[in-house]
Design a protein around this ligand. Structure first.
Ligand SMILES: *[C@@H]1O[C@H](CO)[C@@H](O)[C@H](O)[C@H]1NC(C)=O
Ligand SMILES: *[C@@H]1O[C@H](CO)[C@@H](O)[C@H](O)[C@H]1NC(C)=O
Ligand SMILES: *[C@@H]1O[C@H](CO)[C@@H](O)[C@H](O)[C@H]1NC(C)=O
Ligand SMILES: *[C@@H]1O[C@H](CO)[C@@H](O)[C@H](O)[C@H]1NC(C)=O
Ligand SMILES: *[C@@H]1O[C@H](CO)[C@@H](O)[C@H](O)[C@H]1NC(C)=O
Ligand SMILES: *[C@@H]1O[C@H](CO)[C@@H](O)[C@H](O)[C@H]1NC(C)=O
Ligand SMILES: *[C@@H]1O[C@H](CO)[C@@H](O)[C@H](O)[C@H]1NC(C)=O
Ligand SMILES: *[C@@H]1O[C@H](CO)[C@@H](O)[C@H](O)[C@H]1NC(C)=O
Ligand SMILES: *[C@@H]1O[C@H](CO)[C@@H](O)[C@H](O)[C@H]1NC(C)=O
Ligand SMILES: *[C@@H]1O[C@H](CO)[C@@H](O)[C@H](O)[C@H]1NC(C)=O
Ligand SMILES: *[C@@H]1O[C@H](CO)[C@@H](O)[C@H](O)[C@H]1NC(C)=O
Ligand SMILES: *[C@@H]1O[C@H](CO)[C@@H](O)[C@H](O)[C@H]1NC(C)=O
Length: 411
């Protein structure tokens, strides 16, 4: 039985155990999808050629339907070189759970009609040229888990409707032009695991409410204009494995128990800020650490000898900090211990006030080392001949030191 009616009619026949939904809905899906197609101006790989009346829309490229109802549940046209705008008719695809349009060339605004999709769980619009703001009606999508709008030209303030998204798991707005501060209301969603706000124009303090997300795994706020102190409770988020605040205007000391309270850290990146005080020796308690980058700050004191107990360390960049300790003229002993970091490939110690004789143990650094920066220090002595053992070196920078002797030919 087919009922073609202009208005919504739901007829339920409950005889003989079967429910038949005679519903103009599936035609609505088809019409809405054809309207979506009509706002695509270029489809060089012909992915939408199959979107025609000769086959059922559930067989069209990029469409997944619910098996029983035959309603469109997923629209996936990621990486298809599409050019065009995002049709507001999307709002009629009321069974959609997932929209994936990343890596295309969509421009114009993100339609506010997206807020009609109350079943929506995943929205991925990353790597396009969308403009305008985050659509306010997205707050109506109460089941949303993953929002990705990264790498677009979006602007305006960040949304404040987090309380409407109790299941929000992934929130990625990086590489846009968002302004204003991070709203404290970000603490009003309860399942956040990934927060990416890198490379926007955000200002103000990091709200301590971010620390409500005790399951947070990735916090990436780098390349903004955030200032003030990092709220202490943020250092207590024990599930964090990426902690990245690179290039902001943040200040004050790093907590002494950093590596104990953040035991799962793989990347700790706070370069180009105004952090001061010593590098906490407890960092070595985070034994999964691969990347430690604190370059360009005001970190003082000696380099902890136990960094060598981080077996997975690949990237160690401590340069451009006043680390040298003039009361201990020979503070290069940590080189002896770095030999245990068998994956190290970047060691950055340029302009860090180091003084003393270049230790021979430099030849025992892992042969994985590719980039070695020791420029602009007060290092004396000579370059050991066996430096040739570091056979994967591609950049060796010793300039502006007090080194004497000859450059070993073996280099
Ligand atoms: C709509 O549903 C009816 C009954 O389930 C079916 O016969 C018809 O082919 C469907 N139309 C479309 C365009 O999917
Ligand atoms: C409609 O789509 C089918 C399946 O991709 C294709 O074979 C057919 O050529 C298309 N028809 C038109 C008119 O584009
Ligand atoms: C979307 O489609 C692409 C292939 O075109 C596939 O690689 C990707 O896994 C799909 N994404 C989802 C979430 O289904
Ligand atoms: C949804 O469908 C109805 C009826 O087919 C139509 O009047 C309306 O304009 C559509 N809305 C959108 C947002 O496409
Ligand atoms: C946005 O949501 C408001 C309130 O729920 C509603 O009145 C309005 O029609 C929606 N706009 C669109 C374009 O869906
Ligand atoms: C979205 O989030 C869920 C958690 O709710 C996660 O398990 C899933 O992998 C994510 N899906 C996509 C397609 O990103
Ligand atoms: C956000 O959470 C705070 C308490 O954590 C509560 O007082 C406030 O009412 C909530 N706001 C919204 C909009 O839900
Ligand atoms: C961090 O957690 C520890 C132990 O759970 C607790 O004693 C301490 O008060 C917390 N610190 C902050 C700043 O939340
Ligand atoms: C942290 O590491 C130090 C040695 O580097 C060790 O003495 C201490 O017990 C560790 N703490 C925890 C909580 O593992
Ligand atoms: C380096 O590894 C050796 C052998 O596993 C171990 O005896 C030594 O204590 C380690 N050194 C450091 C600084 O962790
Ligand atoms: C380099 O390491 C080897 C083996 O651990 C050791 O015997 C040697 O003394 C070390 N050389 C220097 C210069 O530290
Ligand atoms: C290097 O400088 C230190 C003082 O910083 C001095 O004790 C040592 O003798 C010097 N070594 C050489 C080889 O000049």
């Amino acid at each position: 039985m087919i009922f073609r009616l202009g208005i919504l009619v739901i007829l339920v026949l409950t005889t003989s155990n079967i429910s038949v939904f005679a519903f103009p809905g599936n035609d609505t899906d088809q019409q809405a999808l054809l309207s979506f197609k009509a706002s695509i101006t270029a489809d060089p790989s012909g992915v939408l050629d199959s979107w025609n009346n000769s086959i059922h829309f559930c067989q069209w490229n990029g469409i997944t339907c619910s098996p029983r109802r035959q309603r469109a549940t997923v629209l996936n046209l990621s990486s298809q070189h599409l050019v065009g705008t995002f049709s507001p008719h999307i709002g009629n695809l009321s069974f959609l759970r997932g929209i994936y349009l990343s890596q295309n060339n969509f421009h114009g605004s993100i339609p506010n009609e997206i807020g009609l999709l109350f079943r929506l769980q995943n929205l991925d619009l990353g790597l396009n040229s969308f403009q305008g703001g985050c659509p306010p009606n997205l707050s109506n999508c109460a089941d949303i888990r993953n929002i990705t709008m990264s790498h677009n030209n979006l602007e305006g303030k960040l949304p404040t409707t987090f309380a409407s998204w109790p299941k929000l798991y992934w929130f990625d707005l990086q590489e846009n032009h968002f302004t204003g501060s991070i709203p404290p209301l970000i603490g009003n969603t309860s399942s956040l695991h990934f927060l990416h706000l890198r490379a926007n124009n955000l200002v103000g303090n990091i709200p301590s409410e971010v620390a409500h997300h005790t399951k947070l795994e990735v916090l990436c706020l780098s390349l903004n204009y955030l200032s003030g102190m990092v709220p202490r409770p943020l250092y207590n988020l024990s599930s964090l494995y990426i902690f990245s605040l690179t290039q902001n205007k943040l200040k004050r000391t790093l907590p002494a128990d950093l590596g104990v309270t953040l035991p799962r850290l793989q990347g700790f990146l706070v370069s180009a800020n105004r952090f001061s005080g010593p590098l906490p020796a407890s960092i070595t308690n985070a034994s999964d650490l691969t990347t430690l980058d604190v370059v360009v700050n005001s970190i003082t004191g000696t380099i902890p000898n136990n960094l060598g107990s981080l077996p997975n360390l690949e990237w160690l960049n401590l340069g451009h900090n006043p680390l040298g300790d003039s009361t201990r003229p020979d503070d290069l002993s940590f080189f002896n211990f770095l030999a245990n970091c068998t994956h190290l490939y970047h060691l950055g110690l340029g302009q860090s006030g180091l003084r003393g004789q270049l230790p021979n143990s430099i030849i025992n650094l892992s042969t994985t080392i590719q980039l070695l920066f020791l420029y602009s220090n007060h290092i004396n002595g000579s370059i050991p001949r066996e430096i040739r053992k570091l056979k994967n070196l591609s950049v060796l920078s010793f300039s502006d030191n007090l080194l004497t002797g000859t450059i070993p030919e073996s280099i």
